[in-house]
Design a protein around this ligand. Structure first.
Ligand SMILES: NC(=O)c1ccc[n+]([C@@H]2O[C@H](COP(=O)([O-])OP(=O)(O)OC[C@H]3O[C@@H](n4cnc5c(N)ncnc54)[C@H](OP(=O)(O)O)[C@@H]3O)[C@@H](O)[C@H]2O)c1
Length: 246
């Protein structure tokens, strides 16, 4: 069981990840600029987890005794971003690129050596008034490397989950069905995050090496968004790699 903070966890991608990891048994700290908003979202997500468990176990939603007995309580809590990051082992950054630097500055003091920071951020051009089908090029190379340039030197930064849609993550009635490229950090830290990927039904983690590969992985999301529009796939396409050794 991991303690996972999701900074910007009130948004689409953050809530999808929170639901999936809470169902897998992890303890989730939803982070927001406003603690009250984080608490509201955390309560809503807990209810979604109960509903999902009830329909799986065929329990009536009104049968409070059966729920108490058979449905494990999802561990989802709301905090302001700094407090969420303080409490966690793993800190997931899930804010639009335009707000990345002020958000990182607001939590930087909590990021100590033993924590792993995970970037799901994509520097889409719509963050600065352009199109979501193109990206902007951060000076550091990628959004994940912007994060790496801000955190203390010995904090591991891992890049993952950029190419999976929030809508697929939030659809708890179906497995997500795509591959997640994971890069950055030391190999053992990367493996820890790959395990978190595999905790989500349908996702397969692929070790994509060093953090600078995020420069290739992040722009794939802009490509996917364009293809979603062209093929009218509202819920979002995913990527699968073939012929990977077991
Ligand atoms: N949505 C997807 O399908 C998807 C897929 C892959 C990757 N991503 C990436 O994941 C990240 C989050 O995406 P999202 O769709 O979840 O974004 P979002 O819903 O637009 O925003 C996420 C959260 O960021 C916080 N935020 C908004 N404005 C802010 C500001 N001015 N300063 C600081 N924080 C602010 C908000 O939290 P509070 O108001 O509670 O502080 C908001 O709930 C993005 O970088 C995106 O590119 C998204």
């Amino acid at each position: 069981m991991k303690k996972i903070a999701i900074i910007g966890g009130t948004g689409e991608q953050g809530t999808g990840l929170a639901l999936r990891w809470a169902i897998a048994g992890h303890e989730i700290y939803i982070g927001s600029r406003e603690e009250s908003k984080a608490c509201e979202v955390a309560d809503d997500l807990k209810l979604i987890c109960i509903d999902t468990a009830c329909s799986l176990l065929e329990i009536e939603r009104s049968d409070i005794e059966a729920i108490k007995e058979k449905v494990p309580e999802a561990k989802i809590f709301g905090f302001d971003n700094l407090e969420a990051a303080n409490r966690a082992d793993i800190v997931v950054i899930s804010v639009p690129y335009s707000h990345l630097i002020p958000t990182m500055s607001s939590i930087k003091e909590s990021l100590t050596e033993e924590k792993i920071v995970v970037s799901v951020v994509v520097p889409l051009s719509n963050a600065v008034g352009g199109k979501a089908t193109t990206i902007i090029h951060p000076w550091e190379g990628s959004a994940a490397e912007v994060i790496k340039s801000i955190v203390p030197e010995n904090v591991h930064v891992i890049s993952a989950f950029q190419n999976v849609s929030a809508e697929r993550l939030s659809d708890l009635s179906n497995p997500v069905e795509c591959d997640i490229l994971v890069c950055g950090g030391q190999k053992d830290k990367r493996k820890e995050i790959m395990k978190l990927v595999q905790d989500i039904p349908g996702l397969r983690a692929i070790d994509a090496g060093l953090l600078h590969n995020s420069r290739i992985i992040e722009p794939l999301t802009a490509l996917l968004i364009g293809m979603n529009i062209r093929y009218k796939v509202k819920e979002g396409m995913g990527i699968r790699f073939t012929h990977l050794p077991e």
